[in-house]
Design a protein around this ligand. Structure first.
Ligand SMILES: O=C(O)CCC(=O)C(=O)O
Length: 371
């Protein structure tokens, strides 16, 4: 039986078969904190993107200023759980089990036009619709609230210094791209606060940026510059990268999923929006985290081991964090660490695994991508 954690991350319990529960000991908690500290220290962050463009024929501007790419925030096993949940959301949407505005699957009437979207927190209107509604948040429409797995992702991103605690997302949009689907050039609407971010799954693709992006043909765009988005990476958009440059994803060669998290402007919240108590007062972990001694890092790769002190006793800010070198070790270890990851099976529950008989996703092997 799969191990689950008690609410608040306070302990392991063997769940579901009536054999009782056990709260984690302080030692186990410290071990988890130590492992989280190690994983946090291994996140690879790139914040110096640069592409100069002449704006309005005048001054030169770095149109990528404000972009950040964070790699290693979600392990391979966590990505798999998230993807499984997204595909279950899709099943539910197709079966009419999500609110009408939550799930949208356009008819694939031409190349690049079939992207499925699933919206939580608010209904966003991409283009002026048949009723004359302008692009932006449709305040009188209701969609489903943020599912637990997406809230867990948000908590991770704030705790791990990917998103600032001043800009905790309260809405998100999942894009499911099948082969040839794309997202055309756009700047995210200012009904959403900056920064916002996109997490990538299943396959790597390039995201294109530029003040002018030419639509060459359906799903084919010509842009001045591009950034590869590895699976499991988080791209944070802020500054010029969010507001001066447009961005787009050309027709993808193979299935891809992205989840874009955004905080709504307070004055644009849907009328019936209820703030989620779980997403209030989130705080980043102390950073840089306590560096694990080299021999401990090495042995933790062979067998996960706690670092000697919990995060609360992190080193002062002047101590440089240990870096993940080489990168391959991090990704190859991602799965192993997840066994003791602070992301438990409860944080990433396979949707429906607890409620609907016969739909259990537990211990499920890799789920093939579906159309
Ligand atoms: O799929 C992506 O990486 C980009 C998504 C995006 O631009 C959006 O949802 O507005």
């Amino acid at each position: 039986m799969e191990k689950v954690r008690t609410a608040g991350g306070g302990g392991d319990k063997v769940g579901g078969d009536g054999d009782g529960s056990r709260h984690r000991t302080q030692q186990e908690e410290e071990k988890e904190q130590g492992q989280e500290a190690i994983r946090l220290s291994l996140v690879k962050r790139k914040k110096d993107f640069k592409h100069m463009e002449r704006i309005g024929g005048g001054r030169w501007v770095n149109v990528l200023q404000g972009l950040e790419l964070h790699e290693g925030v979600f392990s391979a096993a966590e990505q798999q759980r998230i993807v499984d949940c997204v595909l279950d959301f899709q099943d539910r949407g197709r079966s009419g089990l999500l609110r009408e505005r939550t799930y949208s699957e356009p008819k694939k009437w031409m190349r690049g036009k079939g992207r499925v979207t699933i919206q939580f927190g608010c209904c966003y209107n991409y283009a002026k619709d048949n009723n004359g509604n302008l692009p932006g948040i449709m305040r009188d429409e209701e969609v489903d609230p943020m599912p637990p797995i997406l809230k867990t992702m948000i908590k991770r991103m704030v705790a791990w210094h990917v998103l600032p605690p001043t800009c905790v997302p309260n809405s998100c949009i999942i894009n499911i791209y099948d082969e040839d689907d794309c997202i055309p050039p756009h700047i995210d609407h200012h009904d959403f606060v900056r920064p916002f971010c996109t997490v990538s799954f299943l396959s790597q693709c390039n995201i294109l940026f530029g003040t002018h992006i030419k639509v060459v043909s359906p799903g084919v765009f010509a842009a001045p510059t591009s950034i590869p988005l590895p699976v499991g990476s988080v791209l944070v958009l802020n500054g010029n990268g969010a507001d001066v440059a447009k961005h787009c994803v050309p027709a993808v060669p193979t299935k891809r999923i992205s989840i874009t998290f955004r905080k709504m402007e307070d004055r644009k919240l849907p009328y019936r929006f209820i703030p989620d108590p779980e997403l209030q007062n989130l705080r980043p972990l102390r950073y840089p985290p306590m560096p694990a001694p080299v021999n401990e890092l090495v042995s933790s790769r062979a067998q996960p081991r706690p670092a000697s002190t919990p995060l609360a006793q992190a080193q002062p800010a002047s101590t440089p964090p240990p870096r993940a070198e080489p990168r391959e070790e991090q990704s190859s270890e991602g799965k192993k660490w997840t066994r003791d990851s602070p992301f438990s099976s409860e944080d990433f529950p396979p949707l429906g695994s607890l409620s609907s008989a016969g739909k259990s996703q537990q211990n499920k092997p890799h789920r093939p991508a579906r159309r």
